[in-house]
Design a protein around this ligand. Structure first.
Ligand code: GLA
Length: 614
C-alpha cells in the first residue's frame, strides 16, 4: 500500500463510525430465514408430561394408564399427541458409554439379552397413536440430582456412573434415543451447567463432580451465554442428523437464562422463557409474562415456552375452573406448547372438557403461527390479539389478573380491523354473540377471562402490516448486548406497535399506531416467500430514546441484496419514507445500524413505523 492509500484508509476509518459499525458480522444480511427449520413443530406441541404429577416417582404403569385415559376421554382426538418421560428414568451410565434404564420403573425396557431398551415402550405408544418423548440434560448431570436429593430414583454408582447427561456423549446418546429407541421428542434441561459448582450441596455431598457453572441463574454477566448456545446448537444439529425424516421435537430448557430468547429459535423448536411453573395464580402469571412480550420470537417451528400447564393442580384444580380457563386461554393465545401435567386418571370431567375445547385449541394451533400480542394493559386487565390465518380473523383474550371485578374492552383498531360490523364468537361458551359495531365490552369477575374469535375487514386493506404476520418474522439480532441483558421477564426486545419498553411509537413528535419498535443494532428477517410486490415503512429514531444516543442508518435487503439505505439519522430528525419493490423476494431484512453509540450504552430506539407489505 502506498503512503497515500494508507492515509486515505486511516482517514476513512477515523471519520466514519457508521462504516466501522457495518463491519459487525451479525448485522450483515443473512439472505435467509435463519430459524432452526428442522423438527416437527409447525404448530405448538401438545401432549402430557408426568413431572408435575409424579416428579421422579413415576412408573411405566402410571404413564401408560394416563395415556390410556387420554385416548379414551377424547383428549388424544383433541390433539394431545406427545406422551413424555421426564427426569428419573436412568439408573447409571455404563462402562460402554450407554445409559442403563431403570427397569424397576420401566419393566418394559428389559430385553432378553443385551442392555435395556425403550424400543418396546415407544412402539407401544406409537401403536396407541401417540408420539413418545424423553428427557435429558445438556450438562453432565440432571436437575433431580441437584434439586431432589431425597428422590428414591437418582442415578447410582460412582461419580462417573452418575453422569447421565449428554455432555461428552451427545452423539451416542441422541443416536440411542432416536435411532435405537425410536423417540420423537426430547426435552434437554440445563441443571448440569448450573448447579454443580464447587461448594454447592451437590458437590460437597461427594456424589457429583464439580464443574464451573456456565449458567449462573439471574446473573447475565457471570453466565456464559455463548458457550451455552454452542452446546444447544450442537444438540440441534445432531438431532437433525439422527432424525433424517425430521419427525422430532427439540425442547430447549434453560428456564429463560443464558439469553435463550436470542438463540432458542435458531437451534430448537421451543425454549423455556422462565423458571418452573408451580400451581399458583402468581406463578402462572409470572411465567405468562416471560412470554407475552416476545411476540416477534415465535412462529411455525419455534415457540416461546412458559412451561407446562398447571391445570388440574393447586389453584387450577376442579375447584378453580375460572383460573383454569384463564390459564388455558393465555397459553393458547400466546401459542405456547400445551403439555398437560396432572394425573388425568383422577380428573374431574369439567377439567377434561376445558382442556378439550376445540375452538380454543384451534386458536393455539392456527397454522399462521402468530403469537398473540398485548394490545392493552392497565395493570389489572390485559387484552391480547392474535391474527389468525383466515383473512380478517382475530382471536382475542381479555383477562382480569386482579382480585377485584373489572371491565375488559377491545376496539376494532386494536384488532387491526376497520370500524364496522364485527362478527364475534365466544369461544368458551361456543356461541356467536350479536353482531356489533364499536368497542366490545365485557364484565370480568376476578381472575376471569373472555376468549373470542372476531371477524371483520382488515384495517390495512390489501396490504399486510408486519404486525399481522409475526410468525413470519425472525429477530435475528435484537440489539441488546448479551451481557447487559436483564433477566428474561424484563422486556427491551423488539415489539409490535410499541417500543421495546411498551410505549407507543413516535418519531420526531409524530405518533404512529403501527409498526415495529426495536433497539438499533438489530436485524429482523421477514419471510416474504415471493408473495408481495412492495415493502413500505416510515423509519426513524424513536422519541422515547435517549437524546444523546447517537445516529442510526436504516437498511433494507431483499434476499441479501441492498434495496434501501438511509443517511445517518439522529433523534428528532424527520422519519424517512421507505418504499421498495420486493417482487420475487423470499426474505426481506430490516437492519438498523447504530453509529456512535458509547461503548456500554444501549443502542438508540428505532421505529419501523407503518411497516407494510403490499
Ligand atoms: C427442571 C425443569 C422441569 C423438570 C425438572 C426435572 O426443573 O425445568 O421442567 O424437567 O427439571 O428435574
Amino acid at each position: 500500500m502506498t503512503k497515500k492509500t494508507l492515509l486515505a484508509v486511516a482517514l476513512a476509518i477515523a471519520s466514519c463510525p457508521v462504516l466501522a459499525a457495518e463491519t459487525r458480522d451479525d448485522l450483515q444480511p443473512s439472505g435467509r430465514f435463519s430459524v432452526y427449520g428442522h423438527g416437527a413443530a409447525a404448530t405448538p406441541p401438545m401432549g402430557w408430561n408426568p413431572w408435575n404429577a409424579f416428579r421422579t416417582e413415576v412408573t411405566q404403569d402410571k404413564i401408560l394408564s394416563v395415556a390410556e385415559t387420554i385416548k379414551k376421554n377424547g383428549l388424544q382426538a383433541a390433539g394431545y399427541r406427545y406422551i413424555n418421560i421426564d427426569d428419573g428414568w436412568w439408573l447409571h451410565r455404563r462402562a460402554d458409554g450407554g445409559i442403563q434404564i431403570r427397569t424397576s420403573m420401566f419393566p418394559m425396557a428389559k430385553t432378553a439379552s443385551g442392555p435395556p431398551s425403550f424400543r418396546r415402550w415407544t412402539e407401544h405408544l406409537h401403536a396407541m397413536g401417540f408420539k413418545a418423548g424423553i428427557y435429558t440434560d445438556v450438562g453432565r448431570n440432571a436437575c433431580s440430582q441437584a434439586h431432589d436429593p431425597k428422590s428414591p430414583n437418582l442415578p447410582v454408582g460412582t461419580t462417573a456412573e452418575r453422569e447421565i447427561g449428554l455432555s461428552g456423549f451427545e452423539y451416542s446418546d441422541l443416536r440411542t434415543v432416536f435411532e435405537e429407541w425410536g423417540f420423537d421428542y426430547v426435552k434437554v434441561d440445563a441443571c448440569g451447567l448450573a448447579d454443580f459448582a464447587a461448594g454447592s450441596a451437590s458437590v460437597t455431598s461427594g456424589r457429583y463432580g464439580e464443574s464451573r457453572p456456565l449458567i449462573v441463574r439471574g446473573d447475565a454477566v457471570a453466565t456464559d451465554a455463548d458457550k451455552v448456545e454452542t452446546m444447544y446448537a450442537r444438540v440441534g444439529r445432531l438431532l437433525s442428523q439422527v432424525n433424517p425424516d425430521g419427525d422430532y421435537v427439540f425442547s430447549i430448557c434453560p428456564w429463560g437464562e443464558a439469553a435463550v430468547r436470542d438463540w432458542g429459535g435458531r437451534h430448537g423448536n421451543l425454549w423455556r422463557t422462565s423458571e418452573d411453573i408451580v400451581p399458583t395464580w402468581k406463578s402462572m402469571l409470572h411465567n405468562f409474562d416471560s412470554t407475552s412480550r416476545r411476540e416477534l420470537y415465535a412462529g411455525p417451528g419455534r415457540w416461546n415456552d412458559p412451561d407446562m400447564l398447571a391445570i388440574g393442580l393447586g389453584e387450577f384444580d376442579a375447584d378453580h375452573l375460572v383460573e383454569a380457563r384463564t390459564h388455558f386461554s393465555l397459553w393458547s393465545i400466546v401459542s405456547a406448547p400445551l403439555l398437560i401435567g396432572f394425573d388425568l386418571n383422577h380428573a374431574a370431567p369439567a377439567l377434561v372438557e376445558l382442556l378439550s375445547n376445540k375452538e380454543v385449541i384451534a386458536v393455539n394451533q392456527d397454522a399462521a403461527g402468530n403469537q398473540g400480542r398485548l394490545v392493552a394493559d392497565d395493570g389489572q386487565v390485559q387484552v391480547l390479539v392474535k391474527p389468525l390465518s383466515v383473512r380478517g380473523e382475530r382471536a382475542v383474550v381479555l383477562v382480569n389478573r386482579g382480585d377485584t371485578p373489572a371491565e375488559g374492552v377491545v376496539d376494532a383498531r386494536q384488532m387491526r380491523l376497520k370500524d364496522g360490523a364485527l362478527q364475534v364468537r365466544d369461544l368458551w361458551a361456543q356461541r356467536d354473540l350479536p353482531a356489533t359495531q364499536g368497542a366490545l365490552r365485557f364484565p370480568l369477575p376476578p381472575r376471569a377471562s373472555v376468549m373470542l374469535k372476531v371477524k371483520g375487514e382488515p384495517a390495512s386493506g390489501d396490504a399486510t402490516a408486519l404486525g399481522e404476520i409475526t410468525g413470519r418474522i425472525h429477530v435475528a439480532v435484537d440489539g441488546l448486548p448479551i451481557y447487559s441483558a436483564k433477566p428474561a421477564e424484563v422486556s427491551g426486545t423488539p415489539r409490535v406497535d410499541a417500543t421495546p419498553y411498551g410505549k407507543p411509537l413516535q418519531v420526531a413528535g409524530q405518533a404512529y399506531a403501527g409498526g415495529i419498535g426495536a433497539h438499533a443494532n438489530s436485524r429482523l428477517e421477514v419471510l416474504t416467500s415471493k408473495a408481495f410486490r412492495r415493502f413500505s415503512a416510515v423509519a426513524g429514531l424513536d422519541d422515547s430514546g435517549d437524546a444523546a444516543n447517537g445516529n442510526v442508518v436504516f437498511k433494507v435487503y431483499g434476499d441479501g441484496k441492498p434495496l434501501y439505505e438511509s443517511a445517518p439519522l439522529r433523534r428528532g430528525a424527520k422519519a424517512v419514507r421507505i418504499d421498495v419493490p420486493v417482487s420475487g423476494v423470499q426474505v426481506l431484512e430490516l437492519v438498523a445500524v447504530a453509529g456512535d453509540t458509547g461503548k456500554d450504552a444501549l443502542p438508540p430506539l428505532v421505529a419501523w413505523a407503518d411497516a407494510q407489505l403490499h
